[in-house]
Ligand binder design. Structure first.
Ligand code: NDP
Ligand code: PYC
Length: 346
């Protein structure tokens, strides 16, 4: 491996500038058959997750992207088709490509509609989402808009009260501007734990907390391998998380025209990892609301939350890590960096 100015190759842990990581990831995507636009969009998304310490959806996901692209399951060259269907409704057929380029293609129309109608919906179908969801909503809050997104994934979660898995891990992400600080953002799987975190625990040989999943016999287990090998996850919060997961299936699949988490079959594509489903975004322009500015009101809510002793808001950990990465670079261990460089053909 050759040294680059951004990478201290003599250390066991390397420190990369954000831009250097984006370029490296872009090369990997391009080398595995994506268009330049798709490579750039996914590289920015994945490097952003790594920068923010969202490790279950940072560079950890790159081998999965590569094997999916190699399997022919997803079209890395797909050109999304955007349809302006109503004053507050945009549809995109992602063409069996990734969801993030579909969002990028529809974004300006969506924002224009949200600003004129006060609210707009983006329904993406025929799409693959393999990433964290917060990068899809946070940028809207930086523009003063409120955004909510849901995406469904692949069958691996047993609905509350059922015997077998049906739902995906189905995250919900929300972003809202606030007056004096970073936007308020949360992004959570409706499963007790994200599938990515189960894989990471299995790789590290760690046990999971109780209540995350079941083995192939439907018995509770704390062994991540038992969950991955024929077992399943549970929703968070029993019937409540299960209801939210059901809602995600309805909004991200039924409403968009995408697949439910149980509707696609990737068995003829060994190596396929990306769920072929749908995604919904709702964007609201809070300047249309009555009363004081929304951002002032959300600031007041945060002030009151801190006043009752809250130390950490959702998103705080990511933003601290983002600041640390800006100062110290994004840290990758030697093995990971070597692997990424190999995938990039370097
Ligand atoms: P976490 O449980 O780690 O975090 C969920 C949210 O809660 C985050 O906004 C987090 O903020 C916040 N949070 C965590 N701990 C605290 C705390 N102690 N106090 C206050 N807030 C807290 O996330 P999940 O494991 O549920 O999901 C991980 C990722 O997996 C998400 O990005 C999700 O989008 C992704 N995912 C993607 C799927 C897909 O199909 N594409 C499917 C399922 C999951 P912070 O970020 O600052 O830690
Ligand atoms: O971590 O559950 C997950 C997940 C599914 C699809 C992408 N990430």
């Amino acid at each position: 491996m050759t040294a680059t100015p951004e990478v201290a190759v003599s250390a066991p842990v390397h420190s990369l500038e954000f831009d250097a990581l984006v370029v490296l990831l872009e090369q990997i995507f391009l080398r595995h058959g994506t268009s330049a636009d798709v490579a750039r969009t996914l590289a920015l998304n994945c490097a952003g997750a790594e920068r923010d310490g969202a490790h279950s959806h940072g560079v950890f996901r790159i081998p999965g992207y590569v094997s999916t692209l190699k399997s022919g399951w997803v079209d890395g060259q797909a050109v999304p088709v955007v349809e302006d269907v109503a004053s507050g409704f945009v549809r995109v057929d992602a063409g069996n490509g990734f969801a993030q380029p579909a969002l990028a293609a529809a974004r300006s129309l969506l924002v224009e509609k949200a600003r004129s109608a006060g609210i707009a919906v983006l329904a993406i179908r025929n799409s693959h989402h393999f990433a964290a969801l917060w990068p899809d909503v946070e940028p809207f809050a930086y523009e003063g808009l409120v955004a909510l997104s849901v995406v469904n994934s692949m069958t691996c979660v047993v609905p509350h009260g059922a015997d077998r898995p049906l739902f995906g891990t189905n995250p919900i992400a929300f972003a809202a501007p606030r007056a004096d600080g970073e936007p308020i953002v949360f992004d959570l799987a409706t499963s007790a734990i994200a599938h990515g975190d189960v894989q990471i625990a299995a790789r590290k040989g760690e046990r999971l907390p109780q209540g995350m999943g079941v083995n192939s016999l439907g018995q509770p287990t704390q062994d991540p391998k038992a969950i991955l090998e024929g077992g399943a996850l549970l929703p968070f919060g029993g019937h409540k998380g299960s209801a939210l997961s059901m809602m995600v299936e309805l909004l991200a699949a039924a409403l968009t025209g995408g697949n439910f988490s149980f509707e696609f079959d990737w068995s003829n594509h060994p190596g396929a990892r990306t769920p072929w489903t749908g995604q919904l975004l709702i964007v609201i322009d809070p300047s249309k609301a009555a009363g004081q500015s929304f951002a002032e009101r959300s600031q007041e809510l945060v002030r009151q939350m801190h006043g009752v002793g809250l130390k950490r808001l959702p998103g705080d950990r990511r933003h601290s890590q983002r600041a640390r990465s800006a100062e110290e670079g994004i840290r990758l261990d030697n093995e990971t960096l070597e692997h990424l460089r190999g995938l990039a053909g370097l």
